[in-house]
Ligand binder design. Sequence first.
Ligand code: PLP
Length: 430
Amino acid sequence: MTGQQQTEHLEREAGHLAPGASDEAAAGRRVFAEGHGPVLTDLDGNQYLDFAAGTLTQSLGHGHPEVVEALTAQARRLWNVHDSATPGRAALLELLARLLPERLDTYALLSTGAEAVEAALRVVQATAEPGRNRIGALRGGFHGKTMGARMLVHWDVGHQAFAGNSVLGYSAYCYRCPLELSHPSCGLRCASLVRRHIAAKPNVSALVFEPVLGAAGIVVPPAGYWEQIAEACRANGVLLVADEVLTGGGRTGTFLASERFGIEPDLVTLSKGLASGFPFAVLAGRADLLHHPAASVPGAYSATYGGNPLGIAAARATLEVVERDRLVERVRVLGDRLHERLAALPARFENLGDVRGLGLLYGLEFVTDRQSRAPAPHIARAVYTTALDLGLRVALGGHILRLAPPFTLDEPLLDEGVTLLERALEQVLS
Ligand SMILES: Cc1ncc(COP(=O)(O)O)c(C=O)c1O
């Protein structure tokens, strides 16, 4: 329950705050005051295990001492000199080069996910052959709230394409197959339709995609889906632009989710996992694309906050810990354990229609019943608020709960989080 101090605070701000809060903020009604490691504390002193890791940003948990130290030291020295070089920048670029696949060796430094997507779209626009004036995207993909990104997103607001030059392909959303087929007897028809579409449309310049759909509910494609599509893009001169704003940084058990699926993207956007919640984003790409004369005109990759020294300090400290403590390997170990516990849940709860994920990234889809599979947002919301009351924070979006705990958890805390989730499910669904 939201305590007294929090209620007063929420009432105070309600007179002025713009509406349109996320499902989780609206349903949770908490005022979080502090975060340390995996634990958040609210204004009334209640504590929560944070299995949403901020906004899937806190790979190292909240307030990691090395990130706090780096940010504090940088705050005493220098905050903003536009995109001029600062002492930490070279080290961060070298670190990115070590963590990312070799072909992605050139980086533009930005501050939000949508900003990185926009920068990627500009590179595509600048380098596309004449006539290739359309962009491919996948149904259910989410790429941000700026207008270029909105052009690729057709499902969360407005439900229609706002700009006319994007073309949509099928995602491998097996639980709700848009083609009403079943895997594996479908023979990956969704992928072959995307492949045929790409081959038939010589005007497509790039496919912008999430390797695993994030906001749409952690939709993990089956083996073979990406091979077919990536191969079709290669064969037809279509650039592969992986939006790894959510999946990048190790969350899926490889630094990029693309690596796990054998995709070799030409451009990659990264943000959430990079800087422990400090606004920071990177567009990583092939040198020949980012250096292309039409793409690299003066100021092409600069922005007011892009690559600011504080963001660089936070990213460098975060990624140094990820590298030094071999946290991507740790994600795989913890992920196996999480998978084992979560996979047992649908058998116990009729309204839990599907559980899927990889690494430390899982989606739980709630339905009114197994036959109709009708989405049940009221159940997801009830489980979410009950879990909060029990001391577990997860992420809520419509009828789906997402789990994305920090990489720095130990096994007992991982188990404790799942046990709290089970208790919430029992309270709501038994
Ligand atoms: C895959 C993906 N791309 C882009 C974005 C937009 O990032 P931002 O909110 O930092 O603009 C998000 C945000 O959740 C995302 O999940």
